[in-house]
Every structure is written in structure tokens, then in C-alpha cells.
Design a protein around this ligand. Structure first.
Ligand code: FNR
Length: 186
């Protein structure tokens, strides 16, 4: 039997009706059987503070353990002021410390950004890639996924109603599965 990879899915928006959470839900629904995706929540974690390294808040410890347990990470994020939302950056920082205990290390990653705007969160997507280089995460280069006009992609129940986008996201998840197979640490 071929390996099934656990994928931690991080959603960069904390709001209830988040478009990006709907995108993440769709990605999980259409993922190939080689992937077992599950959302790891990033809201509610205290801001990273190096003073707490010796006695970390329980929420940091839980989060670090969840990322450690995953084979790969899928980031689904909005763009805030042409960059990554603060909650997502905090999650990256929490996972990267204490020094020498970076839980992201070596885990294959993929990024999807979504926005009602025309350029689909390109700035956030690429700022995030910059951090992933430092965190030593091989980030899938292609296909790129910038979902523009993303507020029009779902019905009132949060179901993806655009067939072209569905097909693209299916290809994206298959490519991510191939990327994980090629890059995962044994
Ligand atoms: C935004 N938004 C936004 N959109 C964008 O395309 N580029 C940007 O730089 C920003 N900046 C920005 C800053 C802040 C603080 C907020 C709250 C919003 C709009 C954003 O794309 C929109 O609110 C999305 O709906 C956010 O994604 P979720 O929450 O629906 O997943």
C-alpha cells in the first residue's frame, strides 16, 4: 500500500465567514487519497515572546506538536496590506522557536492565496515564500495559486461553484502530493 501523508492545513484568516477557510475546506474535500489533510488552528495563540521560551503557553506547545506530527504543510492565506496576516506570521514564529527546535524544518509546503481583489493575494503568497526559505521548507514552485475574485467562487453554503477553479485546485492538490513524495524526509 502506498503511503498516505498527513498534511497540516493552516488558514491565515480568523473570521467566521472567511473565503480562505472555504478554499481550505474545498482543497481538503478534493485532495487525492494519498493525502490526509486536517486544519491546525492558529487563532488564539499568544503572540510569540522569547521570554516565554522556558515556560511556553500550552497553545504554543499544542501547535508545535501538531506541526511536528504532520508530513507536510498547506498554507491558505489572505493578503493583509500586501503581506501575510499577523496571525499567520505569529504561527510561523511560534513554530520556529526555541532556537534550534524549528518544527517546520524540512517539511514540504504549498501555498494558496485568495482575495476578492484581482491579484489574488500575490503579495502575501510571496512574502510567505520568503519566510519558508529561512524555515527550510521546500515550497512547491508550480502550479502557483493566486485566487482572485474569490468572493464569487462559493455559494451561500460555502460550496465551490466554479468548475474551472475546482479543476485547477484538483490539479494543484495532485501536484502537491507528487511534491511531497519527492521531498518528504523519511
Ligand atoms: C485586507 N484585504 C486585502 N486584500 C488584498 O487583496 N490585498 C491587501 O493587501 C489587503 N489588505 C487587507 C488588510 C486588512 C487588515 C484586511 C482586514 C483586509 C481584503 C481581504 O482580501 C478580504 O478582507 C478577504 O476577504 C480576507 O480573506 P478572508 O478573511 O475572507 O479569508
Amino acid at each position: 500500500m502506498s503511503k498516505v501523508y498527513d498534511v497540516a492545513v493552516l488558514v491565515g484568516s480568523l473570521r467566521k465567514d472567511s473565503i480562505n477557510r472555504k478554499v481550505a475546506n474545498s482543497l481538503m474535500e478534493i485532495a487525492p487519497s494519498s493525502l490526509k489533510p486536517g486544519i491546525v488552528e492558529i487563532g488564539g495563540m499568544p503572540l510569540y515572546n522569547q521570554d516565554e521560551d522556558g515556560n511556553p503557553p500550552a497553545a504554543w506547545t499544542r501547535f508545535r506538536a501538531a506541526i511536528k506530527a504532520a508530513d507536510a504543510v498547506l498554507f491558505v492565506t489572505p493578503e493583509h496590506n500586501r503581506s501575510v496576516p499577523a496571525a499567520m506570521k505569529n504561527a510561523l514564529d511560534v513554530g520556529s522557536r526555541p532556537y534550534g527546535q524549528n518544527v517546520w524544518n524540512g517539511k514540504p509546503a504549498a501555498i494558496v492565496s485568495a482575495s476578492p481583489g484581482a491579484i489574488g493575494g500575490f503579495g502575501a503568497n510571496h512574502h510567505l515564500r520568503q519566510s519558508l526559505v529561512f524555515l527550510n521548507m521546500p515550497a512547491m514552485p508550480q502550479p502557483e495559486a493566486y485566487l482572485g475574485g474569490a468572493d464569487k467562487l462559493f455559494d451561500a453554503g460555502g460550496k465551490l461553484i466554479n468548475d474551472g477553479t475546482r479543476k485547477f485546485l484538483q490539479q494543484f492538490m495532485q501536484s502537491f502530493s507528487d511534491w511531497i513524495t519527492a521531498n518528504v524526509k523519511s
